[in-house]
Write a protein of this length. Sequence first.
Length: 295
Amino acid sequence: MTQAPQNSEPASSIAAGNTVWLKFWGVRGSIPTPGAGTVRYGGNTSCVEVSADGEHLILDAGSGIRPLGLALSAEAAGQPLTLTLLLTHTHWDHIQGFPFFVPAYQPQNQIRVLGYDGARRALQYTLAGQMESPYFPVALAQMPGNIVIEELKETSFSVGKLAVRAVRTKHPGVTMGYRIETSAGSICYIPDHESTPGEHGGEVGELIAGADIVLLDAQYTADEYAMKKGWGHGCLDDVVRIAREAGVKRLFLFHHDPAHDDGFVDMMLARARELAGPMIVDAAKEGERVVLGRL
Ligand SMILES: [Zn+2]
Ligand SMILES: [Zn+2]
């Protein structure tokens, strides 16, 4: 049931018409992991592009947002881009790519950044902090793109025609998971979440109920999880169980551990499929595009 990467299709939504789709630009957790062992699933940290109902949405700004920015900028060829970046939280693997996001350096572009407050500081302060002079040569305020940072307070909001619902996940600091309702189905994005083995899925379980596509933190095997309880990441067996109980149609294992090479992710996927019953399960793969409505 694995969908092969569709490299012949457009790189971004600009030329993709009215189809609703998502594309994985970064699927790794914690730290980028380039190298021979991760070429198939990819080494960039969290970033997913969603094109739906006239909106161009980017989920998180891990290192995967850098190649996305290059692709968008090449395709736009100087025409203005209107983008919405939705952040789950401000851990480094979800914001570290933003200083390298080329569209943010182009004055014709509008970039709306949405998220909740950082673990201790306001969202604006946290995003600017990683670009301060000891760490980076260009300040956030010096980026020429029109960047508006909005700190969300409500857990239901809309981005154009897309209705979005957010819940707090179990992960250190303030971390959210999102459900996005599109005209072709629902997409849930929960990159960082530790469920409790054997227990009901809780708010996350309710968020993903009946969803068409769910990206869920499946960083650890059951054995690894036993050593890493409380670290804020999911245990494969439990993640599959929760998604199955919630009636998810297609689950993508997401936030792959930096210590897991391609062969290890293959093994985790095989295990997940053993447990999945009728639910379709895949492991998120950098470069893969998934079209909604063609499950
Ligand atoms: Zn993460
Ligand atoms: Zn995190």
